[in-house]
Design a protein around this ligand. Structure first.
Ligand code: NOJ
Length: 573
């Protein structure tokens, strides 16, 4: 059962597969389940414990599968339930687990529940979604007549008028993703029963999409105006809303508590604070095992994600350090740089040119040895980079396309808008997995749905697996360290040199074993002037990324993007 005393997931590393872009077995240019099944040895060799599958359910694919039209089947593009069972068996045979994506803040507008709900105002399913009339004193369809001023995550208002019934429905994301009304107990029971159906089929847990948005303030108040336009920020009224803890505890009771086997639950929670995360992940409260928080991936932005700002290492350390401290005694962190919504870590936090390999290894090292469960996003273990998108026609993601249309209509310069998309667009993460140097990188024999990054000729899994110095083998060693060194999974965490501009350093300690992780986030040489540098320089080097270390004179002098991991035993005091 999730949350048992064993807490096996503290020793686990999760690997995220984005099925559209992982491996295509039938040449239609889109990845599928048999494609994944054929590549499992790559993951077994890497040593990961759990595979999280982004959505594979039937979907019109308006938001690449995060718009589900049937929760209990597989989209024919990805295969069938029989293919799913075969994949699950293949994963279990290799001693790994499968976590499904659970997208229950919203469905697709093509889900039969919504089709019924929109049929008439008195349909029994009407109340499964959020319907409201036009703003008082206005007619449906009038500019500004939406029931609230909330802005959608995918641009424009969060309300869509349904002309047939003259009411609006709420969609925090695209208009094809209506929000479910969790106030209605029938909705909740339908979701729990669907979750049990997957667990009965043998899956090992859920990654819960925007799960901290399922409880909304039923009064639906307007939000503070956002710069410039008529729309406002609704998030205070649906991030961690009034009944969120109640709903997650109910889900735990109705679903997870019924299973006497290891289950992993991770809640994706934009805007969550450390204090709230402690409540969500305190095992005694029986909600979720861990959450995805977003603070560290928002440090390089201004008012919106498209407003690019330079990242300061001190801010990154302060943020991650605060999360380490906040969840030190109770609760648990998830650790990630990358997922299908984020640009590639090496292009964002490292140097994807001169020091690509070294900085990708540094990022893995720094992340994996924090206290928490690390997540590897497909291709991260190869040091895959952002893509060279030339024009808007090269993008596929609804978020990017909607933003582009809106920003151009508002008079922003094309080059400026494209520059932001190139840096931050989600398609960077979604370019096909680079398996080999052949045409389309061994991803497909057809035309890939999104172009393969031309750098697959040198950056690919085949080359990485055969090179002992590759990013892949470095990640393999990091994962092995978590499995073999109890201090990695269970030790405490102390940030060191918090004010240093370029050095990220911390120690981990469990009983008499202590680790030091020290990393140079810059292209210059730096010295990590720890007061106990001489002792560390003489300690056992467990892992490095830049050849034989320069530890002369008892100092820790780091080469560009160098990261080292030392281990020592403390004398009994
Ligand atoms: C978060 C998912 O990670 C993202 O890809 C999706 O667009 C939204 N939730 C809506 O489901």
């Amino acid at each position: 059962m999730s949350g048992t005393a064993d807490q096996w997931w503290k020793r686990a590393v999760v690997y995220q597969i984005y099925p559209r872009s992982f491996a295509d077995s039938d040449g239609d240019g889109i990845g599928d389940l048999p494609g994944i099944a054929a590549r499992l040895d790559h993951l077994a060799e890497l040593g990961v414990d759990v595979i999280w599958l982004s959505p594979v359910y039937p979907s019109p694919q308006d938001d690449a599968g995060y718009d589900i039209s049937d929760y209990q089947d597989i989209d024919s593009t990805f295969g069938s339930l029989a293919d799913f069972d075969a994949l699950l068996a293949g994963v279990h045979d290799r001693g790994m687990k499968v976590v499904m994506d659970l997208v229950v803040n919203h469905t697709s507008d093509e889900h039969p529940w919504f089709v019924e709900a929109r049929a008439s105002k008195d349909n029994p399913k009407r109340d499964w979604y959020w319907w409201r009339p036009a703003r008082a004193g206005m007619n449906p369809g009038d500019p500004g007549a939406e029931p609230t001023n909330w802005r959608s995550f995918f641009s424009g208002p969060t309300w869509e008028l349904d002309p047939a019934t003259g009411e609006y429905y709420l969609h925090l994301f695209s208009r094809k993703q209506p929000d479910l009304n969790w106030e209605n107990p029938d909705v909740r029971e339908a979701v729990y029963s669907m979750m049990r159906w997957w667990l009965d089929r043998g899956v090992d847990g859920f990654r819960m999409d925007v799960i901290n948005m399922i409880s909304k303030d039923p009064a639906l108040p307007d939000g503070h105006p956002l710069g410039g336009g008529p729309l406002g920020d609704g998030t205070p009224h649906f991030f961690c809303g009034p009944r969120i803890h109640e709903f997650l505890q109910e889900m735990h009771r109705e679903v997870f508590a019924r299973y006497d086997r290891p289950i992993l639950t991770v809640g994706e929670m934009p805007g969550v604070t450390v204090e709230e995360a402690l409540l969500f992940t305190d095992p005694e409260r029986r909600e979720v095992d861990m959450v995805f928080q977003f603070e560290h991936v928002q440090l390089d932005q201004g008012a919106t994600k498209w407003d690019l700002q330079p990242l300061r290492l001190r801010d990154l350390k302060a943020s991650l350090g605060r999360w380490q401290a906040g969840l030190a005694e109770r609760g648990w962190n998830s650790l990630y740089w990358n997922n299908h919504d984020q640009p590639r870590a090496v292009s964002r936090f490292g140097d994807d040119r001169q020091y690509r390999v070294r900085s990708a290894k540094l990022l893995g090292t720094v992340l994996h040895l924090h206290r928490g469960t690390p997540y590897v996003y497909q291709g991260e273990e190869l040091g895959m980079t952002n893509a060279p998108f030339a024009a808007i026609e090269d993008f596929r993601d609804i978020e990017s396309l909607n933003h582009y249309a809106e920003a151009i209509a508002a008079g922003h310069a094309r080059d400026e808008v494209l520059a932001a998309l190139r840096y931050r667009g989600r398609d960077n993460a979604r370019t096909p997995m680079q398996w080999d140097a052949s045409e389309h990188a061994g991803f497909t024999t057809g035309m890939p749905w999104l172009a393969v990054n031309p750098n697959h000729e040198s950056i690919n899994a085949e080359a990485a697996r055969s090179d002992p110095d590759s990013v892949f083998h470095h990640y393999r060693r990091l994962i092995e360290l978590r499995h073999t060194e109890p201090v990695v999974a269970h030790g405490d965490f102390t940030m060191r040199l918090a004010d240093h501009e370029h050095v990220y350093a911390y120690t981990r300690r469990l009983e008499d074993v202590e680790l030091l992780v020290v990393a140079n986030f810059s292209g210059g040489r730096v010295t990590a002037d720890l007061e106990d540098a001489a002792e560390w320089a003489a300690a056992e080097l467990l892992l490095g990324n830049a050849g034989a270390p320069d530890a002369s004179g008892g100092t820790l002098r780091l080469a560009p993007w160098e990261a080292r991991v030392y281990k020592r035993r403390l004398a009994a005091s």
